[in-house]
Design a protein around this ligand. Sequence first.
Ligand SMILES: Nc1ncnc2c1ncn2[C@@H]1O[C@H](COP(=O)(O)OP(=O)(O)OP(=O)(O)O)[C@@H](O)[C@H]1O
Length: 305
Amino acid sequence: MTTDQYVITVDDLRRKYAGGFEAVSGISLSVARGEIFALLGTNGAGKTSTVELLEGLAAPSAGTVRVLGHDPYRERAAVRPRIGVMLQEGGFPSDLTVAETTRMWARCTSGARPVAEALELVGLGHRAGVRVKQLSGGERRRLDLALALLGRPEVLFLDEPTTGLDAEGRHDTWDLVRSLRDTGTTVMLTTHYLEEAETLADRLAIMHRGRIVTTGTPAGVTASRPARIRFTLPDGVPAGRLPLSLQAAAQGQRISIRTHDLQSSLAELLRWAAETGVRLTGLDARSASLEEAFLEIAQAESAGV
Ligand SMILES: Nc1ncnc2c1ncn2[C@@H]1O[C@H](COP(=O)(O)OP(=O)(O)OP(=O)(O)O)[C@@H](O)[C@H]1O
């Protein structure tokens, strides 16, 4: 991929706050046009501090950021009309209705979509006449998203877009983000929901203490982690009777096996169970999830491994 296909490029970026604390300690990443990129990390890892630099809300202490080929802080006027930003807290006047709020925002947005279209996109069309203060937390997040989408942005920054949404709302938002991606919008997302990153992101980076510790596709990040098989042995069958080649950890009759070759380990376990006539209850076999990979990385980093 050539560099001009990257919509966001970040090189050795640093952000030091007044007082001297460095929240972003030299990160580099690139996001291609039409890609959904998720920035994950433990609390205080530096995600918001990073995204604010990409949005041009603050200047880096060192390093470079380019969004659509421009410095988003120094060339804000060139970048701002082409990006959409959904912050964690929208902070609207609560006495205005949903439609009034969106109309007000549309007046400040060049080439804005029709208000009704923006509200329909996020499933708020039927709430247009409701005052913002009467919206649920999830509906406010949708309104935040509608406002971020008003200017048909080429790059969309979503800071925890589904916090407070129920399962249906979360899935609706994922579908919307995917459809925006499919029409060429580039999305930079921060989230605490690892399932969200796993299902939505084309690529992701995991941050810890201001640095990127892992980056890649969701499948690539989880591929190196062991899969897990869990089950319960019947009373009277000790864990010691399991084949030695299965690396089993036992808590009473509850067994957990970690393996880098799920298919072979599972086949061996089932063969042993069939040959010995042992019934395994609650049998569950799964590849590593992003959540497990994340926890392992965060714990290892915290322990200084
Ligand atoms: N204005 C500020 N002045 C000094 N330190 C700050 C400031 N804003 C954030 N920090 C610190 O920078 C670090 C990174 O914060 P940041 O909000 O970027 O993390 P985050 O990854 O977005 O966290 P979370 O997941 O909790 O939202 C934290 O230790 C935070 O306390």
